[in-house]
Design a protein around this ligand. Structure first.
Ligand code: NAD
Length: 509
């Protein structure tokens, strides 16, 4: 067994700090959780569940900092992001090691996790042209109308375990560069890499109080959703929690965006490029041990493509299950023992419900890591819509395969699933692709692309059951989310001595 990455040992991290008013402080919490390496069960650090007073202090520090930060010139805010993107890039290998140790994903995938977040930081460097208002000259005699895109105040972000780098980076850089201040609540399962990114933000020059971090679970999240000084909340995580956050935050007058669970289908037409399609399905189904909100979890084989199943299974069998930091690993452990138990019980349910276990990843052995939370690639065929394995987001390395006669049937199947995060179509027919993109009711569509997560010039646009709130993370939509529009209608007189007299009618232009 290789030693765990040296960065953690070097940092001697035993407790995770809060960040309040520019200081990394030890929590007074009485409730602490272990952060556990999912490949070894080694305790890497302990994370506090912050007290009410600490959450309040973080929010108040953000509120106080807003008074000056909102008036900091946009170029100055942007230059901090320019420095930040350079620092994140420089420290990517170190952060990736931490991320793999606490989350389990492979090292190259951990670098990908950071890189997709880094792209958002790069985009934040263009805020000068993103946060522009509109101007209409001479809407009435000597009257001009224009809009200001102003920051809204204290924003909060609540993030899931599966992308501890990318998702925090979806949130605080864009919120801050728009002139807001921020309180981040990372996943309590793997906050170490998130904290390394936060440390770099401070090093890049984010002033004290502009970015704060509190750790914890439901109580801390509820504290953020109900605090009078919090104006907006960005949530990414499961559907149950996201719905709760959306409802609670909205009831307390906050702007909320909730990106939630998924069940992503990949529809395969018989004319698709067979080799490329099968490679894409296996990569997107089992990468990150299936713990991606945009993972392919259901393959829909249309018509004669049902004959591709044995080849799909054969390819899945070749994937190497091992600790994420070992070279050549395809699938690392799932994040926790509890997650493993849950996934195994769903596989058991699938067997009981009558799905065919075409590949059984239970009981996979990983020499040197016998205690790890490993599940090998698992494929169910003959899956039906009423089965739990179809209805539930498994969030593990389990692929459900279904067959339908026609493209219309496939579209109807996908559209009747409540989730709308992502979908893929594999074909060489432009006409089929065009019909599919038009008729499919899912917010992010891939054509011969299995995980269609948009680059940050666009926004993340999951839909239906996968999202609550109008505006998605990053891109132009998040600039709208993190700003409020003020419309100014102004009249300037050339000659201050001229008077129109009193007019009591609404203006008739
Ligand atoms: P989760 O919902 O359990 O946790 C998300 C956050 O909510 C964490 O910070 C957690 O501490 C907090 N939380 C947990 N229980 C809570 C409660 N009862 N009340 C208030 N807050 C609570 O999600 P997870 O397991 O960390 O992440 C996996 C889920 O996230 C999957 O469903 C996945 O699809 C989803 N996800 C969605 C997207 C997307 O963009 N749509 C992206 C990544 C992950």
């Amino acid at each position: 067994m290789s030693a765990i990455p040296s960065t953690l040992a070097d940092r001697k991290v035993d407790t995770v700090k809060l960040l309040i008013n520019g200081e990394f402080v030890e929590s007074n919490a009485t409730d602490w959780r272990d952060i556990v390496n999912p490949a070894t069960q080694e305790v890497l650090a302990r994370v506090p569940f912050a007290t009410k007073a600490e959450v309040d202090a973080a929010i108040r520090s953000a509120h106080a900092a807003f008074a000056t930060w909102k008036n900091t010139p946009i170029g100055a805010r942007m230059r901090i992001m320019l420095k930040y993107q350079a620092l994140v890039r420089e420290h990517m290998p170190r952060i990736a090691k931490t991320l793999t140790a606490e989350q389990g994903k492979t090292l190259p995938d951990a670098e990908g996790d950071i890189f997709r977040g880094l792209e958002v930081v790069e985009h934040a460097c263009s805020i000068g042209t993103l946060q522009l208002g509109e101007f209409a000259e001479n809407v009435a005699g000597s009257v001009d109308t224009y809009t200001l895109r102003q920051p809204i105040g204290v924003c909060a972000g609540i993030t899931p375990f599966n992308f501890p780098a990318m998702i925090p980076l979806w949130m605080f850089p864009m919120a801050i560069v728009c002139g807001n201040t921020f309180v981040l609540k990372p996943s309590e399962q793997d906050p170490l890499s998130t904290m390394q990114l936060v440390e770099l933000a401070i090093e890049a020059g984010v002033p004290k109080g502009v970015l704060n971090v509190v750790h914890g679970g439901k109580e801390v999240v509820d504290g953020l959703c109900t605090h009078e000084l919090v104006k907006a909340i960005s949530f990414v995580g499961s559907t149950a929690v996201g719905t709760h956050v959306y409802n609670l935050g909205s009831q307390h007058g906050k702007r909320v965006q909730s990106m939630m669970g998924a069940k992503n289908h990949a529809v395969v037409l018989p004319d698709a490029n067979r080799e490329q399609t099968l490679n894409a399905l296996v990569g997107a189904g089992f990468g990150a041990a299936g713990q991606r909100c945009m993972a392919t979890s259901v393959v829909v084989l249309v018509g004669s493509s049902k004959e591709w199943l044995p080849e799909l299974v054969a390819k899945a069998k070749t994937l190497k299950v091992n600790a994420g930091h070992e070279a050549g690993t395809d699938i690392g452990p799932v994040v926790s023992r509890a997650a493993k138990e849950r996934i195994l019980s769903l596989i058991e349910a699938g067997v009981k419900e009558g799905a065919t276990l075409a590949l059984d990843g239970r009981g996979v052995g990983v020499p040197g890591y016998e205690a790890g939370n490993f599940i090998g690639p698992t494929v169910f065929s003959d899956v039906a819509v009423e089965m739990d394995v179809y209805k539930t987001e498994i969030f593990g390395p389990v692929l459900c395969v279904m067959t339908v006669p026609t493209l219309d049937d496939a579209i109807a199947l996908v559209n009747s699933n409540p989730m709308g995060n992502g979908v893929g179509l594999f074909t060489q027919s432009g006409a089929a692709a065009r019909k599919f993109q038009s008729e499919i009711d899912v917010g992010q569509v891939g054509i011969n692309i299995p995980i269609p997560v948009p680059v940050p010039f666009f926004s993340f646009t999951g839909s239906r059951g996968s999202k609550l709130g109008d505006l998605g993370p990053y891109g132009k939509q998040v600039v709208q989310f993190y700003t409020q529009t003020k419309t100014v209608t102004a009249r300037w007189f050339d000659d201050a001595t001229v008077s129109d007299g009193v007019n009591t009618t609404i203006s008739l232009r």
